[in-house]
Design a protein around this ligand. Structure first.
Ligand code: MLT
Length: 203
């Protein structure tokens, strides 16, 4: 497999959910596990490490500058991640439909790219501080897909308009999108974790 990752089986069987955890720039496969555990203590966890390095910092795709993405690389890496999901589902014996992506920043952006480029691979996603990762060549069909986007009103990296644009792109494909703006910057705040738990309970 092309990714360093951790798989932690569900705490209760059969597992109802598998959380696909995707870190921000400079993170690794360990960083998001406490958040995943907090969101759903009984879920199985598939926690990834981005396979692109930027000055030694793992990421899920290349960027040219802060907020300026190498779209060719986004395309390639999103497809790699989508393919990996199938491999991991077979290896760890879980139903790919039980997967819920939970991404932060660059991890949210690669999850958004998978949603836009490979509809059906992820049908549930929680995207913290996501932005538009690329403009897909064709509009995806995203019926039966639910996405929670939690953005910061004062995020210096992700303008509110960009998060709104991502929400509209997903909604255009008929995804059910909840977009929240927190009194926050790029860092997560308590209220949105509570909101994500509520959203998960309804998934
Ligand atoms: C990051 O630092 O992760 C950026 O804000 C988002 C990205 O580059 O994908």
């Amino acid at each position: 497999m092309d990714y360093t990752h951790r798989f932690i089986p569900a705490q209760v069987t059969p597992s109802r959910r598998v959380l696909l955890l995707l870190h921000g720039t400079g993170g690794n496969e360990n960083d998001m596990i406490p958040l995943g555990r907090d969101l759903d203590p009984s879920a199985a966890i598939l926690s990834m490490r981005g396979n692109v390095l930027e000055n030694g910092m793992p990421r899920f795709f290349r960027r040219l500058a802060e907020g300026v993405f190498d779209e060719e690389d986004v395309l390639r890496r999103a497809n790699e991640l989508a393919d990996f999901i199938d491999v991991a589902a077979a290896k760890y014996s879980f139903d790919p439909q039980s997967l819920i992506a939970v991404g932060y920043s660059n991890g949210a952006n690669v999850a958004a790219a998978v949603l836009l480029l490979r509809p059906g691979v992820l049908t549930r996603a929680i995207l913290f501080r996501a932005m538009v990762p690329l403009t897909p060549a064709t509009s995806p069909t995203l019926a039966d897909t639910r996405v929670l986007i939690c953005s910061g009103k004062h995020d210096p990296i992700v303008p509110m308009e960009n998060a709104e644009r991502l929400a509209s792109m997903l909604r255009q494909g008929s995804a059910e999108v909840t977009l929240r703006f927190e009194e926050a910057g790029h860092q997560l705040v308590f209220a949105e974790i509570a909101e994500a738990k509520k959203w998960l309970r309804e998934s």
